[in-house]
Design a protein around this ligand. Structure first.
Ligand SMILES: [Zn+2]
Length: 97
C-alpha cells in the first residue's frame, strides 16, 4: 500500500494520481521518462525485434513506453504476416491458372 506524498492519503499501488488531492505520484524513483510515444512505436514497427526487447525490458519501469514499442512491434508483425498470407494466396491463385 502506498501513501500520497502530498496529503498522505492511502492510494492503490498501481495508481498514478492521488484520489484525494490529485497529486501525481512517482512511486518508482528509477522511472526517469515514461511518456510512451509515437517514436518508440515507430521504432518497434521498423525493427520488431527491438520493439519486442524494449517491451520486455521496460515493461516494469516504463509501462507506457514499453507499450508503445510493443504495439509498434505487434503492428509490424501483423502487417508482415498479412503481407505473406496475401502473397501466398496470390501466389497460389496465380499457380492455379
Ligand atoms: Zn494526496
Amino acid at each position: 500500500m502506498a501513501y500520497c506524498k502530498h496529503c498522505g492519503a492511502r492510494i492503490d499501488d498501481g495508481a498514478n494520481v492521488c484520489p484525494e488531492c490529485g497529486t501525481i505520484q512517482n512511486n518508482n524513483p528509477q522511472t526517469t521518462k515514461d511518456e510512451g510515444g509515437f517514436l518508440w512505436g515507430l521504432l518497434g514497427c521498423c525493427i520488431p525485434i527491438v520493439g519486442l526487447v524494449l517491451f520486455l525490458v521496460w515493461r516494469d519501469t516504463k509501462p507506457k513506453t514499453s507499450k508503445a514499442a510493443g504495439i509498434g512491434a505487434l503492428v509490424s508483425v501483423i502487417v508482415y504476416v498479412l503481407f505473406y498470407v496475401l502473397a501466398a494466396v496470390v501466389g497460389v491463385g496465380v499457380a492455379m491458372y
